[in-house]
Write a protein that binds this ligand. Structure first.
Ligand code: FEO
Length: 396
């Protein structure tokens, strides 16, 4: 299904309604995704990106219905990751000499994936490719989110092809941001930023400032996943600037797992204390053993502080908490506070272990945390409520 988007641009990608996990099992895609590929026709014709490998044959078959493949003059590979380059092997069987424009790191990653010596043309920021009446201008986008990532900009129609940046894993029958449910779109865009781009926030700010410095008019942003931004495309650029600057909302999130509900009761009592002391703060409780980890990360992203709790087991912590703490560590959140809690029956190491993990993850540790022996009794519940009040007071 090809869709003509503008006078010169036709969408030739794939909507993947069934996708539920991406990057192996690392990223949940509750609403599917899409792999957006674009054919740009002028006097010359360029294909921007392809689709994920399982759809390679379908992609090439459909593309042949849209254009005689020999009429494609240039292939632009904005990013070597397989969800965008995956149909290259199938496509290059048909047009093996067509030049592939990408960054130096793009050549490395595409060669690394496919071990083919195709006709690569290395491009740098500011390089231009003349299509006839219009040009493509290349803009390296290192670390957004891979070292090989690149944007390209179509003059005349003023479209930024941003690849992963500004995208969302969101399959829709619609193409544009003004056509879809705004809450769903915002949720998916934020989830994408929180789970993928958080570690690269300094690069996001720098790249946006660099692009603004080019003074190129911007009519639309065509991403490589999800919907495209045509209605006020700057809204997502402004959001990225906000998200990239140590983002937080007025929220505290309690993340816990529990064996016999002792730690859960602690979480509820601490949350009660926070709410009593600071009713204006949004408080969320998430059982890490029962909650999608990417959704947990989205809530951490929005939080000014987190409380992480686990029962002690085998002198350690529950694996769901170990897993989410590893995810949190890797994303390198800034400007957030945290503390630990947990119940125990015998040795009781969990709170100390979690506190160390919180600190190593770059959070400011508010205090040594709170632990409760066995199932919390009335006295322990009262202590947890008090702890929650003090924690709330310590959070700006
Ligand atoms: Fe959508 Fe980095 O691949």
């Amino acid at each position: 299904m090809d869709i003509k988007l503008t006078d010169s641009v036709t969408w030739v990608g794939k909507k993947d309604w069934e996708l539920r996990y991406f990057h192996g099992m690392e990223y949940s895609t509750h609403r599917g995704s899409s792999y957006n590929s674009y054919l740009v026709r002028d006097e010359k014709t360029a294909l921007i990106d392809t689709v994920w490998e399982p759809f390679a044959r379908e992609f090439v078959t459909n593309l042949k219905k849209e254009i005689d493949l020999s009429e494609i003059d240039y292939i632009i590979a904005n990013h070597g990751e397989i969800d965008h380059s995956g149909a290259l092997p199938e496509l290059m069987k048909e047009i093996p000499d067509t030049p592939i424009y990408c960054t130096k790191n793009g050549i490395r990653s595409i060669k690394g994936h496919y071990h083919q010596d195709w006709n690569f043309v290395e491009v740098k920021t500011g390089d231009r490719l003349n299509l006839g009446s219009k040009e493509l201008i290349f803009i390296e986008a290192r670390m957004l989110h891979w070292p090989d990532s690149m944007f390209c900009y179509l003059t005349g129609e003023n479209i930024l092809f941003s690849n992963d940046a500004f995208g969302q894993h969101y399959a829709s029958e619609f193409m544009y941001n003004d056509e879809v449910d705004q809450a769903e779109l915002y949720q998916e865009a934020l989830k994408y930023y929180a789970n993928i781009l958080t570690p690269f926030s300094p690069f996001v700010v720098k790249k946006i400032e660099e692009f603004v410095g080019f003074n190129l008019p911007l009519s639309m942003i065509f991403t490589s996943h999800g919907i495209l931004w045509r209605d006020n495309p700057l809204q997502i650029v402004e959001k990225y600037m906000e998200w990239a600057k140590d983002y937080q909302e007025n929220q505290i999130t309690l993340i816990y797992d529990t064996m016999w509900n002792g730690t859960r009761r602690m979480a509820e009592a601490i949350a009660k204390g926070i709410k009593e002391a600071r009713p204006e703060i949004r408080v969320k409780l998430l059982n890490a053993g029962k909650t999608d980890k990417n959704d947990v990360i989205s809530e951490v992203f929005k939080s000014k502080a987190i409380l992480v709790g686990s029962t002690t087991i085998n002198k350690g912590i529950l694996t769901s908490i170990a897993g989410i703490m590893e995810e949190i560590r890797g994303l390198g959140f800034k400007n957030k506070k945290g503390a630990a809690f947990g119940s125990y029956g015998w040795s009781g190491e969990s709170v100390k272990i979690i506190a160390e993990l919180i600190e190593k993850s770059g959070f400011e540790l508010v205090n040594d945390g709170i632990r409760v022996l066995w199932n919390p009794d009335e006295d322990s519940v009262a202590k947890c409520i008090e702890y929650g009040k003090n924690f709330a007071a310590a959070v700006d």
